[in-house]
Ligand binder design. Structure first.
Ligand code: SAH
Length: 363
């Protein structure tokens, strides 16, 4: 048994079944045995691959998106460029490389990275060294010092935030928790519990319906919104998720590019849940921000010019094989049977900021 599984089991024996949220945060962020503090998690060698790891074009277009917005917002200086959960730092490295062309952008920016894993902070430092821009790292948005307006980027960050699950038994909601079965193995168990009213879809539940609530995502979204209201700015959120409140079990574990049982190997598999964009949008709207989208990632990247940029790279490729790989990587980000429609892009802006590129008719 892995040492993390052992420590989770001990905790359950002492305190009773734990919420899925607590299980997720132990499994992902435990300081010594957590998934993000341990494993080679991304890339073709790891357990899953993210858009910036698939193609340099993704981070490049996000960088140009940010620089364009900054220019149209009146080139505020200084301003904060913030990334939540930068992983290997690939998106930001690609973004900073292309934004050298935007006069004054690099001189104006302070780069803040929100990262919970010390090991990933080291990787990010390494990856960003060639940019010549020294980032500062923080545990949360609230720790970032105030240095003007903020442009905040989060790719595949919200799906890693802990959720709780509730199951409707025909009469009432029960919370699905992680306990121990007769063989002393981790197993789901149900206990009395009621989801926050604000998370309930408008149609009533049927027997067996599962509802997921994500209080951490809500509190991160609230922190983003408060920051943007205070200083001005914009946030870009890219993730897989659903655009309307809905029932459904989206809790999943991935190891070596395959789905596995989320309770089988805590700390060794990536645990995620689909992002509820409707709830995040509601938080921002209620606080007085403007919400753009969500729109499909494929459509958004197409509007940003992924076709032309890919063509440029294909023409400059060193071999036909490299050219084909570059084209295939872009197709993977855009095509609807790959990441193009599963992933969605949403932006949030403070009232005085312009509409960001890619959302012109999606507000
Ligand atoms: N954005 C990257 C990585 C996505 S994986 C990419 O697209 O490749 C999720 C990232 O969020 C990792 O860097 C992980 O360590 C970080 N993370 C997850 N939960 C976190 C939390 N609660 N606080 C801070 N960082 C967190």
């Amino acid at each position: 048994m892995s040492s993390l599984k052992e420590s989770i089991s001990r905790h359950i024996r002492a305190h009773g079944p734990m919420s899925l949220a607590q299980y997720m945060s132990e499994a992902l962020m435990h300081p010594t045995h957590g998934y993000y503090t341990n494993e080679t998690v991304f890339g073709s060698q790891g357990d899953f691959i993210t858009a910036p790891e698939i193609s340099q074009v993704f981070g490049e277009l996000v960088g140009l998106w940010a620089a364009d917005l900054w220019q149209r917002a009146g080139t505020p200086s200084p301003f904060q460029l913030v990334e939540l959960g930068p992983g290997h730092g690939t998106l930001m490295a690609d973004a900073l490389r292309v934004t050298r062309v935007a006069p004054g952008f690099h001189d104006a920016l302070h780069l803040s990275l929100i990262e919970g894993s010390p090991q990933l902070r080291l990787k990010q430092a390494e990856r960003l060294a060639p940019s010549g821009i020294a980032p500062s790292w923080y545990d949360g948005l609230a720790d970032v010092p105030d240095r003007g307006p903020a442009i905040i980027i989060a790719n595949e960050f919200f799906d890693a935030l802990p959720i709780r699950q509730y199951v409707f038994d025909g009469d009432r909601w029960m919370e699905r928790r992680v306990g121990l079965n007769g063989q002393d193995d981790l197993a789901y168990t149900h206990m009395a519990g009621h989801p926050a009213e604000s998370c309930l879809p408008s149609e009533p539940p049927k027997k067996g319906d599962v509802l997921e609530t994500c209080m951490s995502a809500i509190s991160v979204m609230r922190a983003i919104s408060e920051q943007l209201l205070g200083t001005g700015g914009a946030a870009l959120i890219v993730d897989y998720g659903y655009a309307r409140p809905a029932y459904g079990d989206t809790f999943q574990a991935m190891r070596r590019h395959k789905f596995v049982d989320p309770l089988a190997e805590p700390g060794l598999a990536d645990l995620t849940a689909h992002v509820n964009f409707a709830t995040l949008a509601r938080v921002a709207l209620d606080l007085g921000l403007t919400v753009h989208g969500p729109v499909d990632q494929g459509a958004w990247l197409t509007r940003l010019g992924i076709g032309a940029r890919t063509q440029q790279l294909v023409v400059a490729a060193k071999s036909p094989r490299q050219a084909e790989n570059l084209a295939a990587a872009s197709r993977r980000l855009v095509d609807s049977d790959q990441m193009g429609t599963l992933f969605r892009v949403m932006a949030v802006t403070s009232p005085n900021w312009p509409t960001p590129v890619g959302f012109e008719d999606a507000s």
